[in-house]
Design a protein around this ligand. Structure first.
Ligand code: NAI
Length: 246
């Protein structure tokens, strides 16, 4: 199998894009650490992987805390004797008009959506270099890293940063045989979009196919990026937006 013997971490692996990616990476043979704030749902994902003869473990984490991310990576490498990559995917939204975008609302999203990616890249790359292994880092950006809509100043700042951090990290880590790539999803049918049916229909309509994108479509790209078939893709953030930004 394509990812046999690979040990990979998926943050935000309990739900949505992260969950589907964890399932697909395990199907390709990887051992997957499903890392999430939501421990119960992370355990459910592990159970689903194991029921399909895959290998996985859950790990409770707040990715906005650097020490937690370092501990996750150390724990993974100690448990399995290796560590080959991380999908920095956990994220939140916190929508407010700009004049209500107080420092707490701004910093919350920057910490969870941007600083977490730095922690995963930094501690992840250091561990791979220490172990002397090649590896792959995949980051979740967003179409909102390249365009703007009202109410998302904090999210735009975080996701634009993730895009350029992906490029910059790839440039610096190539000499260590570590690839850094990203995905920029459009509007994906996950809990982050909320429950409002009209809003979801409106967002779906923005795509060429006039519907929300299912999370497994993003996972298809994420799992491909972790394979050697993607070895010539580096520093790029791949849109998975059904033509929205084209
Ligand atoms: P989701 O809400 O289904 O999954 C997010 C996961 O991250 C949840 O399991 C949640 O518990 C976890 N999480 C949140 N804060 C955390 C923290 N501090 N520490 C650890 N885990 C934490 O949402 P979705 O859509 O799967 O989101 C995944 C990523 O995709 C996020 O980075 C999001 O910004 C991004 N994205 C999503 C889009 C969408 O339309 N659904 C569009 C573009 C990007």
């Amino acid at each position: 199998m394509e990812l046999e013997k690979q040990v990979l971490i998926v943050t935000g692996g309990a739900s949505g894009i992260g969950k589907e990616s964890a399932l697909q990476l395990a199907k390709l043979g990887a051992t997957v650490v499903v890392a999430d704030l939501n421990e119960d749902e992370a355990k459910d994902v592990v159970e689903e992987i194991e029921n399909n003869d895959g290998k996985a473990a859950s790990y409770k984490i707040d990715v906005s805390k650097g020490d937690d991310v370092k501990a996750l990576i150390d724990w993974t490498a100690d448990k399995y004797g290796t560590f080959n990559g991380i999908f920095n995917n956990a994220g939140i939204g916190l929508v407010k008009p700009f004049l209500e975008m107080d420092p707490a609302s701004y910093h919350k999203v920057i910490e969870v959506d941007q600083h977490s990616v730095y922690y995963g890249m930094y501690y992840g790359a250091k561990k791979m270099v220490e172990l002397g292994v090649e590896g792959t880092i995949v980051n979740t950006a967003s179409i909102y890293g390249s365009m703007v809509a009202t109410g998302s100043f904090n999210y735009h700042a975080a996701k634009a940063a993730v895009k350029i951090m992906t490029q910059s990290g790839a440039l610096e880590l190539a000499e260590h045989n570590i690839r850094v790539v990203g995905v920029a999803p459009g509007f994906i049918d996950t809990p982050i979009l909320g429950e409002d049916v009209e809003t979801k229909a409106y967002l779906g309509n923005l795509h060429m196919n006039k519907k929300l994108i299912q999370p497994e479509k993003v996972a298809n790209v994420v799992s491909f990026l972790f394979t050697s078939k993607a070895s010539a893709i580096n520093g790029q953030t791949i849109p998975v937006d059904d033509g929205f930004l084209s």
